[in-house]
Design a protein around this ligand. Structure first.
Ligand SMILES: [Zn+2]
Length: 505
């Protein structure tokens, strides 16, 4: 197993690649459990990023004995998790280092090479992560509306996005959801600027006071419940104390009752702590003053060229506690909830750009409308005007319909209405690339990319042209992938779905 990991790392070069490989082949990893209780017992666990990284970084697999490789940094330690907060030291700072001490899986040179590769990967990620097209202002504040995990910010050349990808990164599970970041940031900033306008701010602060009052009432109720529970436990104790020792039977009954009351009291206390923990941050009078001050000059401050993104982030954090995002399946709508500091919530929907017409939530209605006009014989240029007066917008955040876009709509409408052709079956299910692409209604170049990525089964004919294999099930699978938003198609899904029976030839 260990050998396999090293071999795969040499081949693939990234930890996430190795992880995906292990997950795909349903392989488990051996892990020695630490701590007195487990006595270094060997267990098999599903592969994860941390275990792989430990394996690749540890010099023992290259036969070296080392001591003092990691040092505890109490500031990084997480409460209740004794093994966290370890920081790897430079090799010169290790307490002991003896090469060639144990039998090894890899040579020392290979080990060094791996370290270099890991370092390089990390640097690449950092430079890739350098914000080029604006910064994700909400990074760290965005939570997944589906599973509740914190979402990560991802950057690429043109834009940034928020992804719920923790489980993907750590365990190579499918990405939970993914969304382009700018529309979310823009919407939240709009709400923040609106909320900080003096007029709306006073309304919010009054509401907040009401909320605070409710919370105080609740708190009072809790205190009463706690007192009652405590009083009952105490009464039982006193009764128990008063029983004469010879009344053993009575004593036993009372003892049991006392124990029950104590347990109930303990349970109530725990519940109360949970209640407290779930309460939003209470605003102190200084907090309120700071927010009022902020509201005086926020618009100038926000749009000023001298204000940095870091400062904008700081402003947002003064008022926003968290933002929950839920992408509505395969459509352009994203539900966003802003939880303000203090506990108020603002909900709304924003639009993320989708690449394809079919992903628009109003696609069926749009097609119905277009079809009706086609049947009436409306001219293309009139239809452009008709559509521009409706709320239907083209995909990719394009504002207006134009002639080309409407023509393509009409073609679609005619196809939808026309008789569905039956599947042409080429010899042995081997299609010419061009034919299959046009049957799937996709550009040939995209299908060609799938061929080069080995996502489809393909071979060259005697003239060197690509032939792609697809039976009926495979055509359905490809069509499904084609309709999935690109962000949701990851390699895993590709592989999982490729279950069609493949030809032997
Ligand atoms: Zn999620």
């Amino acid at each position: 197993m260990v050998r396999l990991v090293f071999r795969k790392f040499r081949e693939i070069g990234t930890v996430s690649g190795v992880l995906k490989y292990l997950v795909y082949h349903d392989l488990q990893m051996p892990v020695r459990r630490l701590g007195k209780k487990h006595d270094q017992e060997l267990t098999w666990q599903r592969p994860n990023r941390m275990t792989l990284l430990n394996l690749l970084h540890h010099p023992i697999y290259a036969g070296a004995y080392s001591y003092g490789r990691k040092k505890l940094d109490p500031r990084r330690q997480k409460a209740g998790r004794p093994y966290t907060g370890q920081v790897v030291q430079e090799r010169s700072n290790w307490h002991a280092f003896i090469p060639d001490h144990f039998p090894s899986y890899i040579t020392w040179d290979e080990y060094l090479h791996h370290q270099e590769q890991l370092h390089e990967n990390q640097m690449r990620r950092f430079t890739k992560g350098a914000p080029r097209a604006g910064t994700a202002l909400l990074s760290g504040l965005v939570f997944c509306g589906k599973c509740g995990q914190r979402m990560q910010s991802h950057y690429n050349q043109k834009c940034f996005s928020y992804g719920c990808s923790r489980l993907n990164m750590d365990y190579a599970e499918p990405v939970c959801q993914f969304c382009v970041g700018q529309p979310i940031d823009r919407w939240v900033v709009e709400q923040v600027l609106e909320a900080l306008k003096p007029a709306s701010l006073e309304v919010s602060l009054t509401t907040l006071q009401h909320l605070e009052r409710d919370r105080k009432d609740l708190e009072k109720l809790w205190q009463q419940r706690l007192e009652r529970a405590h009083f009952e436990a105490e009464r039982c104790r006193r009764q128990y104390d008063r029983v004469e020792p010879e009344n053993r039977l009575v004593a036993r009954t009372l003892e049991r009752e006392w124990e029950e009351k104590l347990t109930a009291e303990q349970k109530l206390k725990e519940e109360y702590h949970r209640f407290q923990a779930a309460q939003p941050r209470v605003l102190s009078s200084e907090d309120l003053q700071r927010i009022r001050d902020l509201s005086q000059d926020i618009p100038q401050l926000w749009f000023s060229t001298t204000t940095t993104d870091l400062e904008r982030k700081a402003i947002l954090r003064q008022v926003v506690q968290k933002v929950t995002v839920e992408v509505q399946q395969k459509s352009e709508q994203v539900r966003v909830d802003i939880q303000w500091v203090g506990g108020l919530v603002t909900s709304g929907t924003t639009i993320k750009p989708v690449a394809k017409l079919e992903q628009l939530s109003y696609y069926p209605d749009l097609m119905k409308l277009v079809k009706a006009h086609v049947e009436q014989g409306t001219l293309v240029k009139d239809l452009v005007n008709v559509l521009n007066e409706t709320d239907f917008r083209p995909p990719k955040r394009i504002r207006m319909w134009n002639i080309t876009a409407v023509r393509s709509l009409i073609r679609r409408a005619q196809k939808v209405g026309g008789t569905q052709q039956s599947l042409p079956v080429p010899l042995g299910h081997w299609w010419r690339l061009k034919d299959l692409a046009s049957w799937l209604g996709m550009p040939g170049i995209t299908l060609h990319r799938w061929v080069t990525m080995e996502q489809v089964l393909a071979k060259r004919n005697e003239k060197g042209k690509w032939l792609v294999w697809a039976d009926e099930t495979e055509v359905l699978r490809l069509r499904k992938i084609r309709q999935t938003p690109r962000s949701e198609v990851n390699r895993n899904k590709w592989l999982e779905q490729f279950t069609s029976k493949k030809p032997s030839g």
